[in-house]
Design a protein around this ligand. Sequence first.
Ligand code: SF4
Length: 196
Amino acid sequence: MVQLSRRQFMKVTGSALAGSSLAVMGFSPAVALAEVRQYKLAATTVTRQTCTYCSVGCGILMYSLGDGGKNAKLSVIHVEGDPDHPVNRGTLCPKGASLLDIINSPNRLLKPQYRAPGATEWSDISWDEALDRIARKMKDDRDANFVEKNDKGQTVNRWTTTGMLAASAATSEAGYITHKVARNWGLLAFDNQARV
Ligand code: SF4
């Protein structure tokens, strides 16, 4: 005779009862157990991006829920390293691995802001307004201060009164193009956060 402890007896009779009850209701535990487990990211949209934090510029995959319907709001539910990215090959440091927190942070800045001269508060403005203001200021400054020739009459084409700091969260190719644009304007003061 098989000797069962009280705990073993409860386990055996409990699972037998659960199995028979499910079978009576039309569910077969065997079928349920044989079912292929759904991949939790199967219904998500994947977006390739670059980690926003540092100059290493690791590639990331962002998975978001939402079927693209008008009223369905996409929300990022998972971030992982991009295995096809040449920089990190799927790996992320602890900061990159916690990117979901910055994406969903209530403190994250989502719109351009402007603080008028003398004002103490920042106010939201539209992207159009922000870009128009930046373009206007740059054009006016360049028109007023562009240096075509130096004292010796040599062509220098310099614009020294405006500087530019590019973000590190860009690919090498985007950085290269940004550099070309800045130098075409004649900007001398140009740097990238990747060096910071
Ligand atoms: S994952 Fe880490 S190392 Fe890679 S870019 Fe982000 S912060 Fe830098």
